[in-house]
Write a protein that binds this ligand. Structure first.
Ligand code: C5P
Length: 233
């Protein structure tokens, strides 16, 4: 898979998600991210429904549990035929290896598996006070990325500001999937460290994850196509 724009469909129901996706009829079909809210509300049928409409899917459930539990959960998710699934690198190398094993289908195929390093909502202070991790957050992100690489995962979710460094440390093939994308003339909202689609392309992101700049735009299709123009074309 090459560079692409992934649209975060952070909707509360299948009905609102399909109404949103219907607007793209006759257009390029967006790569869709399904998060916890929508998946917990609708269950596996939402994945099948969106896939049947011809979209690629990133199932963003961020698994984190003991290796055996994650392995079994990943085996279930592998049957949904998503394109990308993820977990927390904080679950350790053993958990990531077990996840990869569970995700691999009997015929040897599997979705891409990527790891969340540190959530963009976690800052240095929270990491030190709540998680008791004393190192600089940038180094922690790289350490987690290296752990994911060692476990043979396909990449990480990170800030576009970290994409170049991740590629430097883990290699150009190691995927960087980057949220925190905003248009230069758009609202930043609750995202703290943001980049435009064009800057993320420049920084070497492989996939950008874009939510509200597309979903809340007056013309979501035009906003999506603007991302594609700036990031992919
Ligand atoms: O609306 P917005 O563009 O901020 O949406 C970004 C999407 O990426 C949301 O679905 C959010 O949960 C997700 N995300 C993020 N930061 C991370 C991991 C995921 O913003 N570190």
């Amino acid at each position: 898979m090459g560079k692409d724009v992934i649209v975060a469909c952070d909707f509360a129901s299948a009905e609102s998600t399909y109404a949103f996706l219907d607007r793209f009829a006759g257009q390029r079909k967006p790569f869709v991210k399904i998060g916890m809210e929508l998946f917990y509300a609708e269950g596996p049928s939402i994945v099948r429904g969106i896939r049947e409409r011809g979209h690629k899917i990133f199932l963003d459930l961020k698994l984190h549990d003991i290796p055996n539990t994650v392995k079994k959960a990943m085996a279930v998710l592998s049957r949904l035929e998503c394109d990308i699934v993820n977990l927390h690198a904080a679950g350790t190398g053993a958990m990531m290896e077990a996840a990869l094993e569970g995700l691999t289908r009997p015929d040897g195929t599997r979705p891409l598996l990527i790891a969340v390093t540190q959530l963009t909502s976690t800052d240095q202070r929270a990491m030190e006070n709540d998680l008791w991790i004393r190192e600089p957050i940038g180094e922690v992100v790289m350490h987690y990325a290296e752990n994911a690489k060692r476990a043979e995962l396909d990449g990480v979710v990170c800030s576009p500001l970290e994409a170049a460094k991740v590629h430097e440390v883990c290699g150009p093939e190691f995927l960087t999937v980057t949220p925190g994308i905003r248009f230069a003339d758009g609202d930043v909202g609750d995202q703290k460290r943001v980049m435009t689609p064009a800057a993320a392309k420049e920084a070497g992101s492989d996939y950008i994850v874009v939510g509200r700049p597309v979903t809340a735009a007056p013309d979501p299709v035009a906003a999506y196509l603007r991302c594609v123009h700036d990031f992919v074309d």
